[in-house]
Write a protein that binds this ligand. Structure first.
Ligand SMILES: *[C@@H]1O[C@H](CO)[C@@H](O)[C@H](O)[C@H]1NC(C)=O
Ligand SMILES: *[C@@H]1O[C@H](CO)[C@@H](O)[C@H](O)[C@H]1NC(C)=O
Ligand SMILES: *[C@@H]1O[C@H](CO)[C@@H](O)[C@H](O)[C@H]1NC(C)=O
Ligand SMILES: *[C@@H]1O[C@H](CO)[C@@H](O)[C@H](O)[C@H]1NC(C)=O
Ligand SMILES: *[C@@H]1O[C@H](CO)[C@@H](O)[C@H](O)[C@H]1NC(C)=O
Length: 188
């Protein structure tokens, strides 16, 4: 991915994600009828990292797009990729949506050069059911069917956000998404 593209994505977020170190990030209100989930991410197991963060996943209503608001804090060196994967809090599984770099279809790719930050790194990426289908692992699946499966994984707590670095190619910080409302009910 060209640095210019990364910069463009980062710029998108300056509006959206002012982070407050004490209270956590403030996100703009999600549109009515959307499904909202949050993930707190950090190192797990024996991994040593100064990185952590909060990611909000919004599955927009029928007239509003889907998006991820990513707020990373602390420090991370040499981020190569970030994805949503399928798996529970202790298991690892396949990529279900690439986030950094933002891609519309396989193959997966790494950011080149890798990205480091200290303090905070905020960005927003849009996606839709076509992107979910492209990374569903199911050949010729319809966008609707793949999104239904994605929503089902989300409601079962089986989607996690994972940030890969050169130090930890399998992922340095991660965290599972949990819906903000019971049974992933849409925002009223
Ligand atoms: C979707 O969200 C927009 C923005 O909040 C709102 O104007 C619209 O009525 C919502 N549509 C549905 C179907 O809920
Ligand atoms: C990133 O990797 C390069 C090359 O291995 C290394 O020199 C540099 O210190 C790393 N940067 C950070 C912030 O970890
Ligand atoms: C996570 O998934 C693994 C592998 O499928 C399973 O063995 C484990 O029991 C699950 N853990 C939880 C907390 O559900
Ligand atoms: C999703 O966005 C892509 C552009 O990245 C577009 O080609 C596609 O038609 C969109 N799909 C839907 C269902 O809106
Ligand atoms: C998927 O669609 C393509 C083109 O329509 C077709 O050639 C291919 O056989 C299909 N694959 C499967 C697994 O159904």
């Amino acid at each position: 991915m060209k640095p210019a593209v990364v910069v463009a994505l980062l710029a998108l977020c300056l509006l959206a994600c002012a982070a407050d170190a004490k209270k956590g990030p403030k996100f703009p209100p999600a549109p009515k009828g959307s499904v909202v989930a949050m993930a707190s991410i950090g190192p797990t197991g024996t991994i040593k990292s100064n990185g952590k963060g909060t990611v909000r996943l919004v599955l927009g209503n029928s007239s509003f797009p889907h998006g991820l608001d990513v707020v990373l804090t602390g420090a991370l060196g040499n981020i190569t990729m970030a994805h949503i994967h399928m798996g529970n809090s202790t298991s690892s599984g396949p990529v279900r949506l690439p986030v950094l770099p933002w891609l519309v279809a396989p193959p997966l790719a790494a950011i080149n050069p890798a990205l480091s930050y200290k303090g905070s790194l905020n960005f927003m990426v849009p996606f839709n059911s076509t992107h979910i289908a492209a990374f569903s692992g199911v050949p010729n699946v319809t966008a609707e069917a793949s999104e239904a499966t994605f929503r089902q994984y989300l409601s079962q707590g089986l989607l996690y956000f994972n940030v890969h670095t050169t130090a930890y190619p399998g992922g340095e910080i991660r965290g599972n998404f949990a819906c903000a409302s019971k049974e992933c009910a849409p925002v009223k």
